[in-house]
Every structure is written in structure tokens, then in C-alpha cells.
Design a binder for this molecule. Sequence first.
Ligand code: MG
Length: 159
Amino acid sequence: MEMRIGLGHDIHRLVADRPLILGGVPIEFDRGLLGHSDADVLLHALTDALLGAVGLGDIGERFPNTEPRWAGADSAMFLSDAVSAIRELGWNIANLDCTLFAERPHLTPYKPAIRQRLAGLLEIDEVLVNVKAKSGEKVGPVGREEAISADAVVLLMRD
Ligand code: MG
């Protein structure tokens, strides 16, 4: 049995007049994340973790943010691309863990929905997915409500 580990991190700025989507789940809030796509910081971190585990670079290489066709894109598409890429190489997801960092909104109530959505997008059992949420302790860009960030780590296995 071979194993690979991948790490992902992302941060996007919180701005007015944008929807907030985290882990593919719409979140009730008066601001959203700024980005070329839908700016789903968690799906971006997870996509990078998957690509990183198999040595396929990063999300920006596959989906440049200068490319007009990715404007407003649903980030679930980026994640699906990464999942297809690892599966084509014979890899399966052993488990994944991720953390969302947001001062506001309070994300704890959304964790079950995000977990379910991630498991669905990755076509794996929910027991293999863990979602954590932390505040920014009122310091730094997250703590000042200027941004939301996410970390993700994924373990892959293949026979
Ligand atoms: Mg991003």
C-alpha cells in the first residue's frame, strides 16, 4: 500500500455585495469573499491538498485567475477536476481534515452541512471527512473580519 499526503491553504478577502460560499454551502452573512471564481476558500484549499498529494502543482496552474472562463466559476468544478486527476492515477482518499478560520459569521452550525457536501463532492463516506471552525481571536486579517481562510490536509492511498 502506497500513501501520499497533501496540504492546502487559502485566504480570500471579505467584501460587500458578494455571496458567501464555504465548502460548497451558501452561508447566511452580509458579506462574501472576493475572488475571480466564487472564492470558496475551503474548496480551493482542498483542491490544492489533493493536487499537492500527487505532485500536480496547484489550483492556479490548472485554473488561472486571469482566464475569463473561470470568472464566477463554481469551485466545486475545480475540486471535481482534482478528484478525477487523483483517481486517474489510481489514488483513493483515506481521509481528510480541514479548518475554516472566520471571526464572523459563526460557522459551527454549518459544519454538518459542509461535511456532507464535501463527502458528496469527493464521493466518499462522511466518516472520512472532518470539518473544524475557528475564530481569529480578534487579531490578524481573520480576526479583524477582513478575510476568511482555510487549511486542508488529505491522505491518499493506493494498492
Ligand atoms: Mg482561492
